[in-house]
Design a protein around this ligand. Structure first.
Ligand code: C2E
Ligand code: MG
Ligand code: MG
Length: 590
């Protein structure tokens, strides 16, 4: 794409482009025409004037960073201009910078050209300072280019580039990668694909809005452009999905490079008045070892990325064949999950909770079940993480909320059951600003008093984003819905943060309960948790109670409530009703 007034780019850029060609002609002419390799006499005042004019034109056209590049170039050239002659090295550098300037002016959507331009300006004497300075410049140039894209509105249609960041899109990447593979075959150069997933963009979109989320993505793109050497491919394939192709690196160098990118992307930044941070994970696939075609390498790097995501790794890893199978399974499970959500193909089971002191029924917990054949279910631990990852947890959570509220209303009408029923909220729901509104609407729709609903949020979800947790819990508190911290004892709670959360109950994780009758250490931790709950003014609930010894120890420690197989398995609404009728809201004798 030529940047001229006719194509919609500001005319000022065409002027800059012409000025640049004139300069190149003037300064590099002798060498280009094969004449004087020692450099030739130069009309210094004219060249100086042209450089300054170029800077002025650039600034007028809104390219302040580009203008400062030109001025720096002028500074760099000054000794030669003063001497009236160029050494071949200077000329070489100038023609290289000029070529990149030209490429950039021709197509400001080409971020690689922008990066190459800054790189061509050369390193400073102090490498650290040089790097920093180049990055600042590059950031500026990229920002200007992004702004230009937005103003002119032409770039999103420009073939091969992603509209927001100007990076290669999927088609351009695949074509370029295939070319590189062909070329590498001849030169025996290694080619590796890095699939980079940015985690946390959805949460930012949900909590801080689309502007901040867009800025986060653009920022990650910039960080990548600055971090990856010029000439290497950087592409954006989805909202939070980037690909970098690196050549000539060994496996060890690739790992080190990936770790560096993870660190750079993970740095906190202030955007739109908020301090935000994202995480990165990288899946790696090396040509020859993990695939031969562009399509295979991209798919396998993706599979390695997905595996890292599923295992919540915050690093990079190389592809291994089992990941491909897992990827296929995941894709098919996700499609089935989507269909099941659309068709309401889930059930809810309920597990009773009893007061330890009196043995009375004091609550229920709703647990989702995904049927897959007669009396068989896919366990929530298998599909909830995937639902969270794919965003399907929001419609799934809506279904649970609606079904539970409907059931609560039915029980109240038909058997005067007035104990609260708890639902489990995932971390994604916790971060969503709309969650309390959704809960409020469901309660209203089914005319259920807020005290009849309880919400359980795991310790790890609460601690992942304490700010979002505090906001969500306060809003739920205003509605009158009580919140319990689930699986307590498995995460790493920051106790001072915990103190600030309005928690109604602490549920001790079943893995800890499993050991209290056999391990003194587990029993001691259980008693310490009871003390913490007392300090917070929260009830203590033990989950996963399977035998009488465990129950008695809990009672002796002053635990308030319990649930577990000792009492009852989770069961469907009908069976639960029969259970309650049979036991008369009291614990079965054990
Ligand atoms: P959770 O909220 O901690 O639920 C307790 C889990 O322990 C349930 O597993 C329950 O069936 C199981 N359990 C109950 N009593 C015993 C016992 O005595 N021994 C043992 N070993 N296990 C017992 P389930 O139903 O497989 O659910 C697993 C997790 O999936 C839940 O842990 C919860 O975090 C999540 N989950 C379940 N339903 C939902 C849902 O509707 N939404 C969301 N976001 N998460 C859900
Ligand atoms: Mg729970
Ligand atoms: Mg639990």
């Amino acid at each position: 794409m030529r940047m001229t007034a006719e194509t919609g780019w500001p005319a000022v850029h065409a002027e800059a482009s012409q000025l640049l060609s004139a300069l190149v002609g003037e300064l590099c002419g002798p060498v280009q025409h094969g004449g004087r390799h020692e450099g030739g006499p130069v009309d210094a005042p004219a060249a100086r004037a042209k450089l300054h004019r170029l800077a002025r034109v650039a600034r007028k056209g809104g390219l302040a960073s580009f203008a400062s590049i030109v001025l720096r170039l002028a500074e760099r050239l000054e000794p030669c201009l003063r001497a009236g002659a160029f050494a071949p090295r200077d000329l070489e550098q100038f023609s290289c910078v000029a070529a990149h300037c030209g490429r950039y002016l021709d197509d400001p959507t080409d971020m690689r050209a922008a990066a190459a331009l800054v790189e061509a300006l050369g390193a400073e004497p102090d490498p650290a300072a040089g790097r920093w300075e180049r990055n600042q410049l590059l950031q500026g140039v990229v920002e200007e280019a992004t702004e230009l894209i937005r103003n002119v509105g032409a770039a999103p249609n420009a073939g091969g580039h992603d509209g927001l960041t100007g990076l290669f899109d999927r088609d351009a990447l695949r074509a370029r990668l295939q070319e590189m593979l062909t070329a590498a075959g001849a030169s025996h150069l290694s080619v590796a694909v890095m699939a980079i997933g940015i985690g946390g963009v959805e949460d930012i979109l949900d909590s801080l809005g689309p502007q901040v989320a867009t800025a986060v993505v653009a920022n990650a793109a910039r960080a990548l452009i600055c971090a990856v050497p010029c000439g290497e491919v950087v592409a954006r394939l989805g909202t939070d999905h980037f690909v970098v192709v690196r050549t000539g690196l060994s496996a060890l160098e690739l790992s080190e490079e990936a770790a560096r990118l993870v660190e750079i992307i993970g740095r906190s930044r202030r955007l739109g008045g908020h301090l935000v941070s994202v995480t990165a994970r990288i899946g790696l696939a090396v040509a020859g070892q993990h695939g031969d075609s562009a399509a295979d390498l991209l798919a396998n790097a993706d599979a390695a990325l997905h595996d890292a995501r599923a295992r919540r790794l915050h690093t990079s890893q190389f592809f291994a064949p089992h990941m491909r199978h897992a990827a296929l399974r995941r894709v098919s499970l996700e499609a089935r999950l989507r269909t099941a959500i659309e068709r309401g193909g889930f059930e809810l089971h309920y597990q009773p909770k009893l007061t330890l002191r009196t043995g009375r029924l004091c609550g229920l917990e709703a647990l989702i079940r995904w049927p897959c054949g007669a009396q068989r279910y896919i366990p929530p631990a298998q599909f909830i993480p995937m639902a969270e990852e794919s965003g399907l947890i929001i419609p799934l959570g809506d279904w649970v909320l609606d079904a539970v509220c409907r059931q609560i209303a039915l029980w109240r009408r038909e058997c005067a059951l007035e104990v609260p029923t708890a639902i489990n909220l995932s971390a994604v729901q916790l971060c969503s600003r709309q969650t309390h509104e959704r809960i409020g609407r469901a309660l209203q729709r089914h005319e259920v008093p807020a005290q009849r609903l309880e919400v359980e949020i795991t310790e790890s979800a609460l601690m992942r984003d304490a700010g979002a947790a505090l906001r969500c819990l306060s809003e739920l508190g205003r509605l009158g819905v009580r919140v319990a911290i689930d699986d307590f004892g498995t995460g790493y709670s920051n106790l001072s943060q915990l103190m600030r959360l309005p928690l109604a109950a602490i549920k001790i994780d079943k893995s800890l309960i499993a050991g209290i009758a056999t391990h003194a250490r587990d029993a001691a931790i259980m008693r310490a948790i009871v003390d913490i709950a007392r300090t917070l003014g929260a009830r203590v609930v033990a989950e996963g109670v399977e035998n009488v010894q465990q129950r008695d120890l809990l009672a002796a420690a002053g635990c308030d409530e319990y649930q577990g197989y000792l009492l009852a398995m989770p069961m469907d609404a009908q069976r639960l009703q029969a259970w309650i009728t049979h036991h008369g809201h009291r614990a079965p004798v054990t």
